[in-house]
Design a protein around this ligand. Structure first.
Ligand code: FNR
Length: 187
């Protein structure tokens, strides 16, 4: 078998106890062998400021851009803040999109999943994120859509998934994502 596809995972929460981080870990375990998921830290990226994007830009920006550029595919796992994308994730997207004409995101297959204790599972964040991805020419999986509501009831103390229906759904999501990645990379 050829080596697994390198999937950069962006988690839109910095909390140690983040439900979305738990979701990302669950997705990593459920991923088929054709995908290798790695969470790329975004919490230490300086806020985007074009004045800093001179030669040399901040080292953390350079390392992040290189990591994203090297990835075969992207998986966004995010909470919703005030019906939109948390600032920390939007900042990472902005940092990766510059300097102008050298976006690290362009052309990559991706997927978006949002998790919230609320009933609508971060729908607003999920779709605001998709709006940026359209502009950045990331190709996100369309179906199944993934809005994980009631996320505070889905994990045990160790962060393991406890809900079988959710596990089945996440498995189907990852299988569809893996197929999507292969289709896009073959195109
Ligand atoms: C939230 N939360 C929230 N939830 C939601 O479903 N829709 C929303 O618009 C918001 N808005 C919001 C704003 C801010 C500033 C915070 C801190 C929180 C609640 C949020 O879903 C909850 O705190 C999650 O647990 C955050 O995700 P992590 O950190 O657990 O991954």
């Amino acid at each position: 078998m050829s080596s697994p596809r390198d999937v950069a995972v962006l988690v839109g929460s910095l909390r140690k106890g983040s439900l979305n981080l738990k979701l990302a870990h669950a997705l990593r375990e459920l991923a088929p062998a054709s995908l290798k998921l790695e969470i790329v830290p975004i919490g230490e990226l300086p806020l985007y400021n074009a004045d800093l994007d001179e030669d040399p830009p901040p080292a953390a920006w350079r390392a992040f851009r290189e990591r994203i550029a090297a990835a075969d595919a992207l998986l966004f796992v995010t909470p919703e803040y005030n019906r939109s994308v948390p600032g920390v994730l939007k900042n990472a997207i902005d940092v990766g999109s510059r300097p102008y004409g050298h976006s690290a995101w362009a052309g990559k297959p991706g997927a978006v999943i949002s998790g919230s204790p609320g009933a609508i599972g971060g729908f607003g964040a999920n779709h605001h994120l998709r709006q940026s991805l359209v502009f950045l020419d990331v190709r996100p999986l369309q179906q199944p859509e993934a809005y994980v509501g009631g996320a505070h009831k889905l994990f045990d103390e160790e962060g393991r998934l406890t809900n079988d229906d959710t596990r089945k759904f996440l498995q189907a999501f990852m299988d569809a994502f893996a197929a999507w990645v292969e289709k896009q990379l073959a195109a």
